[in-house]
Design a protein around this ligand. Structure first.
Ligand SMILES: Cc1cc2nc3c(=O)[nH]c(=O)nc-3n(C[C@H](O)[C@H](O)[C@H](O)COP(=O)(O)OP(=O)(O)OC[C@H]3O[C@@H](n4cnc5c(N)ncnc54)[C@H](O)[C@@H]3O)c2cc1C
Length: 305
């Protein structure tokens, strides 16, 4: 396939954009996973559209990745074209609206909005990953979700058309957005309606505090994907796992964090995605056996599973 790919992207002049066999482990926050058969980091609308056109022409499946902080990438890699959004990183202010491209890191968005004299997103400080990934899964923390201040989302369908969706709160819920599970769109830009403030230093302090608390809890000490399971209606996933005495349990190089029972860490850098998957299944089984509660993964499985 690579020969075809090489010939054809030369023909459509995407040589600079298409990267064959891109190893993804070092880009993923848990440092595991195989390679993307073909990857690209578009920087704007026209590059994105050209890539979609290319994938359609050669019938390549498309995978979208942001910061890879919530995705377990198969050790066998990802088929087709993987579009990584990290270079879609522009931003601008329109009155009280802070408009950002989807690849910008959420934590940076908060800093930039405060620099622009707009506050509101501070409680999400320190959540790793991109704005697009956060909207896809309606990321949240400290009693707030990203959807709370979201005003619009521009997304592209795989036919290259751009659509604007007004964000309605009733379409978002805990770790769920209207985009969750969709495999036919790319979130391109989002607008947040924020609060003009003269007290940005106080807001910045609040953001730094929530980030510092994460640090204290050990969030950034080891490669991880954050919480593996979302909280079930019955309570906290971490509490169920803790009650099953699973702290420190290992499979291969994957280990349940001693600090946060809902985190799997790759502490010595030797874990594979398959180790992590096996440990996830064991956690799920143990909790089900002991409590009757079925935990559901919060993370996404990407590639050849
Ligand atoms: C240490 C740590 C702490 C964390 N704490 C929290 C927390 O407190 N709260 C929380 O909610 N999460 C948390 N997470 C999980 C993760 O950071 C968030 O879910 C984050 O928003 C994922 O963004 P991402 O760019 O990394 O998405 P990715 O992992 O790259 O992708 C996640 C999903 O979104 C899709 N996607 C990504 N970008 C786009 C796009 N532009 N268009 C369409 N689909 C897209 C992907 O296809 C995939 O299905 C934590 C993770 C870590 C490692």
């Amino acid at each position: 396939m690579h020969t075809n790919v090489r010939n054809s992207h030369e023909k459509i002049n995407l040589d600079e954009l298409l990267v064959p066999n891109l190893s993804l482990a070092s880009l993923s926050s848990i440092n595991t996973g195989g390679s993307a058969d073909l990857a690209a980091f578009p920087t704007d609308f026209s590059e994105l559209r050209a890539l979609l056109d290319y994938a359609k022409r050669y019938s390549l499946p498309i995978t979208i990745l942001g910061g890879m902080t919530n995705t377990l990438i198969s050790d066998e890699g990802i088929e087709g074209l993987t579009i990584i959004t990290s270079h879609l990183a522009r931003r601008h202010v329109q009155g009280e609206m802070f408009c950002v491209r989807s690849g910008l890191a959420l934590d940076r968005v908060i800093d930039f909005s405060l620099e622009a004299g707009l506050s509101g997103l501070e409680l999400l400080g320190g959540i790793p990953g991109s704005v697009g990934g956060a909207i896809y899964g309606n990321a949240g923390a400290n009693g707030m979700a990203i959807s709370d201040l979201l005003y619009y989302v521009d997304y592209m369908t795989y036919d290259g058309k751009l659509h604007r969706k007004q964000a309605h709160s009733d379409e978002f819920s805990y770790r769920h957005s209207p985009f969750s599970g969709r495999k036919d769109i790319i979130i391109y830009e989002a607008g947040f309606r924020l609060n003009p403030t003269l007290h940005t230093s106080e807001a910045k302090k609040q953001k730094d505090e929530v980030k510092h608390k994460r640090k204290e809890k050990g969030h950034y000490e080891n490669p991880s994907l954050g919480s593996i399971f979302s909280n079930p209606p019955e309570g906290y996933a971490g509490k169920f796992l803790e009650d099953c005495n699973l702290k420190g349990k290992k499979i291969g190089g994957a280990m349940i964090s001693n600090k946060h029972c809902n985190f799997i860490i790759n502490s010595d850098g030797k874990a594979t995605s398959s180790d992590i998957h096996s440990l996830l299944l064991l956690m799920q089984e143990e909790v089900l056996k002991r409590t009757g509660v079925k935990l559901r993964p919060e993370i996404q499985f990407i590639g050849r599973w």
